[in-house]
Design a protein around this ligand. Structure first.
Ligand SMILES: [Zn+2]
Length: 66
């Protein structure tokens, strides 16, 4: 889990969070555990500062368009 977070952070640093990507995901993330959708700043998600309202976990994945 930590490795994944670090990898994400490095990726974001390199990409500098392109605005297009921000728009694509609309800053909406889904809790990996309970699937609750939350709106948050991606940087805060990656830093683990955002916690799920429901299960208090801080592992999220970006909401992908289908
Ligand atoms: Zn949750």
């Amino acid at each position: 889990m930590l490795k994944e977070k670090k990898w994400l952070r490095e990726n974001y640093k390199m990409a500098k969070i392109p605005e297009a990507q921000n728009r694509l995901f609309k800053n909406v993330f889904v809790c990996k555990r309970c699937q609750l959708k939350i709106k948050a700043n991606p940087v805060k998600i990656l830093e683990g500062k955002v916690k799920c309202r429901k299960c208090k976990k801080n592992s999220f994945r970006p909401l992908k368009k289908k």
